[in-house]
Design a protein around this ligand. Sequence first.
Ligand code: GLU
Length: 505
Amino acid sequence: MSDRNVRVRFAPSPTGPLHIGGVRTALYNYLFARQHNGKFIFRIEDTDSQRFVQGAEEYNIESFKWLNIHFDEGVTYGGEYGPYRQSERREIYKKYVQVLLDNQKAYIAFDTPQELEAKRTEITNFQYDASTRLAMRNSLTLSKEEVDTLITSGRQYVVRFKVEPNEDVHVKDLIRGDVVINSSVLDDKVLFKSADELPTYHLANIVDDHLMEITHVIRGEEWLPSAPLHVLLYRAFGWEDTMPAFAHLPLLLKPEGNGKLSKRDGDRLGFPVFPLQWKDPKTGDISSGYRESGYLPEAVNNFLALLGWNPGNDQEIMSMDEMIQLFDLARCSKSGAKFDYKKGIWFNHQYIQQKPNEEIAEMFLPILKEKGIDAPFDKVVAVVAFTKERVNFVYELWDAAGFFFVAPQSYDEKTVKKRWKEDSAVQMAELADVLNSITDFSAAEQERVVMSWIADKGYHTGNIMNAFRLALVGEGKGPHMFDISNVLGKEETLTRLQRAIEVLK
Ligand code: GLU
């Protein structure tokens, strides 16, 4: 195995929007592929036409573009192993179904849904397997002529895998170790349905992993129960030597820790479980996405990477390159990872602090524009510099810093009561004169001049600054006072002071 070039895949079924757990699976595959200079393949497993959802494939592709998770091969990316959409590979699967039939590893079954239902009521815990298959209508119990006649007469059938009973099947899992399951608990899984001439997930998945030379299957824990069957299929085909290594990732759990994370948890607690906003094509229902909710893709990746893996120390902030270097399947946990969405918000805050102010300002511009504000870029950058430490999301900058762009229309009552004293109007008028006399309106120079004026007059610094803040901001919040007046400029600062004196007296 080690001499083979690493090839991993993300293989979603387009049955709805990509879930955040799927994003984590794709991310781990991506990190693993990059670390080993391998290839990462995007395969669409769309053999279940009943569950096909319009737009799901495009949604996947757009999500990974946004997240900067790149594929080397696959649907829309091309490559030598295509087609990568399973619905375009029917002929290939038919060939391999025939191989299993020819080698007596599979058989044809004609049981109708009604007949199967009847069996289920007749026998408790009925399972189509070695103990029951000889009592059913299939190519093991019918003669070759009967089988041929049924097929030519157009009877629908399925092909079932013939699982030999009483055998310990070993799944070598890089996270869970040796997982052993006795084959008697497995049923004779349907591999192919004549009705739509399509294979089921199990057959298509194995054939494609083999033909696409997949070396490692890294996927969610929900697929672990299928793994023994997959091992048996590899063996039935005689492909044991190139069987991929398995790694089943831990479940994502509810934030409270008990049970699997679901969309309802997101609705209940107010966080997205999808990377992008999704509009259900049938119902028109909208589900929120990380992108639209204001998360940075870097923050989402970093947050997800640590849900089920850690680098072995308490380093939390990691760039994609660092994660590629440090990622290790052996350090993935077996037990579920609590989906601590508040940690996701924390990561977003951290990434906003880390990013250059210019970049955050670019993101803030459309929000300002929506509010009808057309401010010079330099000013927006300065505002971002002074306020970003107060926000978790870029859109929160409006609440935190809107006063830089619009003068207060009113003054917060509580703050007025507490901060606007009897002599505030007089003091603010004096302050206006002092500020007016300053030519270098830098924060430092203002501070120097204003502080010495306060000292000369024997005023109370807190009272002055609080009233000053109220006049410029309209309430008691905001960054350092002279940073505010500096960004507003002398003219605007004096106008706001004047207005506050008139209104508050
Ligand atoms: N099509 C499966 C899914 O939707 C792929 C599972 C696997 O990776 O084997 O997740």
